[in-house]
Design a protein around this ligand. Structure first.
Ligand SMILES: Nc1ncnc2c1ncn2[C@@H]1O[C@H](COP(=O)(O)OP(=O)(O)OP(=O)(O)O)[C@@H](O)[C@H]1O
Length: 792
């Protein structure tokens, strides 16, 4: 706790509250305590009022640190009050975002309230230099809890130039952004939140500014955070260091040192964990290779065809579907082929390799033969090819992913997550093999000598962990084979392309709703385990035949967070956009904030795409898209012929505020009641939907897609879900009213906050979920992070 001096020693909040106090001196570094400030989301309308001119200062020449932190609190300056902050280093504990001044507000429209920064060192690793930031700041809506919020957008202007001193570059902070002001202009002042900010002798605002090229492809916050990462990794340029005043120079040396120390500590922890894991992997590998060698000696029958190997004769072969009545296994279509064994010759041509890791889903059970026999190419995504294949007596799809050894741990994490799911509406991952490839010269002799290979592997892994330049230059290429449940009907996108766009035909609508319901069930399974898909769109939903499904097909979620992880490690720009931009909600675009509510937004856009057959915002480039979604709050146009219940659910899913979107269980309830209504119209007299498919591994080889129009009456069973009939839109005048979505930022794995909800029975829109928002705010304040496609 810091002390203050003005006849008394007290907290900053108490001193500001006391209207007699006009000068507050910070005796020590201070970080605003969240408990001492009124929280606007818990106590709306109670803000700390400042009704006089007041100065907060550090002792002369000390540059004490004032960290206002980011709180959902506000101190309200009167219309003509001036808050002067001087002789301080101003910080904000939030990483990329937030000016310290977003804590203070003035009355809407006030031109006289002002915050004056004087003799301030304000350190900010990254700022944006885009002119667009002014537009964004201008159009920002004041949050409901701020005074004068009814007045709409923030005001922002650059006028009465007044900044002095060294600035890098000369810039003006407005909310989360810094706007460039040409050096010829003598700095400026901006008005926002009902007050003007003046900077007098402000020595440093931004260490670096974001390149416009980054802003063209990523969100502002993602770019700022990238910049911070670079700064943390590489430090600042010598030129910039020369410009620093002595106090700042000391800070500039101490801070990176501290950060380096922390990083070293984290790296040491990480390395020791990885070593342990790798030792385990090596042990397992050793065992497998020994077994494999024994098997090879016993039998020369097992043959392997690889996508890059001697597979020409096999590619394009169709599988039979006659399962052995006793074992339930399919005959091997390649058994008679004379293909050569590539054990330890590897899928990557021209060098040696070894099988580095091998994971099998617990749902598969023990296996005698894990070799993969490849069939025809099914498709190609941004990060690999997908083949039809035969594995362990099953017809499967194998995703072959190219990556380098650096990405291996992240890929393995995502794969492990996929292997852990066993739900009928999530594509099952059955098995995974990773091959690591080294140049022939690096590995002598060629593998086959498993002992030698293991030793080499250990050495190389050690080198890589140590990050020596030679090892980094020699970073190995890897190929991961992810064995997946085969989905014989393609993607939901392909299925939807056969529908007549926009036509409200009950049968077609029912099929659409049933498949959407499947996808929602998949999401519910993910969200129940605190996993966010993070890249939901109709191309990432696969469809398989299912005799037990009313429309003969079941939709299953694919991909989870794999694509995103691969993109993070990509050394080249892919031609396709990962994390389809059109499905990204404002909070993800703006703050990189990932939560279950991100999936719900994407679900709404998917509903639009499935109804209209059109990609939302197809022709917009990134800047236009960002402006439309984040700044203007635009959404795709609702077609006039779209049924009102469908439109209502879709629109509630893409609500701007994550807390206003329905939770996945509410989405399911709505879909159930919509399905029920269509079934009634089609005179299908069963009153309930079938329960979710049993989550055991199904004998896929026995599933065949029936004709899409061959409607099977729904089983007469109950799903046990209450049907409150409140999703029928204009009929009942209400909307889904359960809000979910812990608001958290991307990055680290952790537990989600439990939420309660506020119901809005009569309103067209759900009430703001106070507890949920508070939990979200708390999560944010505590730096709670999640990672899409990962446990939260
Ligand atoms: N389990 C599967 N069963 C049947 N076909 C599949 C399976 N997984 C993928 N496919 C097919 O392979 C194609 C490529 O899939 P992949 O996941 O590599 O890329 P994508 O999802 O289309 O693109 P991206 O990786 O860029 O998101 C899919 O469009 C689909 O047609």
């Amino acid at each position: 706790m810091a002390g203050f001096r003005d006849n008394t020693t007290t907290t900053l909040a108490a001193a500001l509250k006391d209207q007699r106090v006009t000068r507050i001196v910070l005796l020590t570094n201070y970080t605003a305590e969240k408990d001492t400030w009124p929280n606007q989301q818990q106590l709306p309308g109670t803000y700390l009022a400042i009704n006089r001119n007041v100065t907060i200062t550090g002792a002369q020449g000390t540059q004490t640190v004032l960290d206002m932190a980011f709180k959902l609190s506000a101190a309200l300056l009167c219309g003509s009050c001036r808050l002067t902050v001087q002789n301080l280093t101003v910080a904000n504990e939030r990483r990329g975002n937030g000016s310290p001044w977003d804590f203070f507000v003035g009355p809407a429209g006030s031109s006289k309230a002002a915050i004056i920064m004087k003799d301030i060192i304000r350190l900010r690793y990254g700022c944006t230099s885009a002119n667009a930031s002014i537009i964004v700041a201008s159009a920002l809506k004041r949050p409901d809890w701020l005074p004068g919020s009814s007045s709409g957008s923030q005001e922002f202007s650059v006028e009465d130039v007044d900044f002095q001193g060294h600035m890098y570059p000369q810039s003006l902070v407005s909310l989360d952004y810094a706007a460039d002001i040409p050096r010829t202009v003598q700095e400026g002042r901006g008005a926002f939140g009902g007050y003007a900010v003046w900077g007098l002798n402000v020595t440093q605002l931004c260490m670096r500014t974001v390149a416009t090229a980054c802003l063209e492809t990523k969100s502002v916050d993602a770019c700022v955070n990238d910049l911070i990462d670079q700064a943390l990794a590489g430090g600042q340029s010598a030129q910039q260091q020369q410009q620093l005043p002595p106090g700042l120079l000391a800070a500039a040396i101490a801070v990176p040192l501290l950060i380096a120390l922390l990083l070293a500590l984290a790296a040491a922890l990480f390395i020791s964990r990885r070593r342990k894991q790798q030792q385990q992997q090596l042990d397992a590998l050793k065992q497998q290779q020994q077994q494999r060698l024994l098997q090879q000696q016993d039998s020369a029958k097992q043959q392997l065809v690889t996508p890059g190997g001697k597979s020409g004769a096999s590619v394009g072969r169709q599988f039979g579907t006659d399962a052995d009545p006793e074992t339930g296994l399919l005959p091997n279509p390649y058994a008679a082929e004379g293909s050569s064994s590539v054990l330890c010759q590897g899928p990557l041509a021209g060098g040696s390799c070894w099988q580095q890791a091998c994971l099998t889903s617990p749902i598969v059970g023990s296996l005698d033969n894990q070799e993969v026999q490849f069939g025809k190419l099914l498709g190609q995504g941004s990060f690999g090819r997908v083949y039809r294949a035969y594995w362990a007596g099953r017809e499967v799809a194998v995703k072959v992913i190219d990556h380098d050894s650096e990405a291996h741990a992240s890929v393995a994490n995502e794969v492990e997550l996929m292997l852990s799911f066993n739900h009928p509406n999530v594509v099952r991952a059955l098995h995974c093999l990773t091959w690591t490839h080294h140049k022939q010269a690096d590995v002598q002799p060629a593998c086959g000598d498993s002992q030698h290979s293991l030793k080499q592997q250990q050495q190389q892994q050690q080198q890589q962990q140590q990050g020596t330049p030679a090892a980094l230059a020699n970073r190995s290429r890897c190929e991961t084979w992810l064995v997946l449940e085969y989905c014989d009907c393609g993607t939901l996108h392909q299925i939807a392309s056969e529908w007549l766009p926009g036509e409200e035909c009950d049968e077609q609508m029912l099929e659409r709703l049933l498949l959407l319901r499947d996808a929602a069930q998949g999401l519910a399974a993910l969200h129940a385990k605190n996993v966010v898909h993070g890249d939901l769109n109709s191309r990432n939903v696969l469809v398989a035949s299912s005799a037990s499904s009313p429309c003969g097909m079941t939709a299953k979620l694919a991909d989870l967070g794999l694509s995103r992880v691969l993109q993070q490690h990509a050394t080249h720009r892919t031609t396709q956009t990962v994390g389809t931009m059109s499905h990204m909600p404002p909070e993800l675009l703006r703050y990189g904030r990932m939560s279950t509510a991100v999936d719900i937004y994407a679900y709404g856009i998917t509903m639009y795409q499935l109804y209209t057959g059109e990609e939302a915002f197809r022709n917009l480039h990134y800047g236009q898209f960002y402006n439309a979604i984040v700044v203007q709050g635009a959404r795709p146009p609702v077609p006039p012929d779209m049924p009102s219940d469908y439109a209502l659910l879709m629109q509630s899913c893409w609500a701007a505020e994550p807390g206003e979107r329905p939770g996945i269980s509410r989405v399911l309830q709505c879909l159930d009641s919509m399905i029920k209504e269509r079934r009634k119209r089609l005179s299908i007299d069963d009153t309930s939907l079938p329960p979710p498919e049993h989550s055991q591994l199904q004998p896929w080889q026995q599933q065949h897609r029936s004709s899409k129009s061959s409607w099977v009456p729904l089983a007469n069973s109950t799903n046990g879900k209450p049907d409150e009939g409140s999703c029928s839109g204009s009929h009942s005048g209400s909307l889904p009213d359960v809000a979910e979505g812990t608001s958290v930022t991307t990055g680290v794995t952790q537990a989600a906050a439990t939420e309660s909800v506020t119901q809005a029975p009569t309103s067209h829109f759900p009430a703001v979920p106070v507890a949920a928002a508070a939990a979200a705010a708390q999560a944010e304040e505590h730096g709670n992070d999640i990672h899409h496609g990962a446990f939260i």
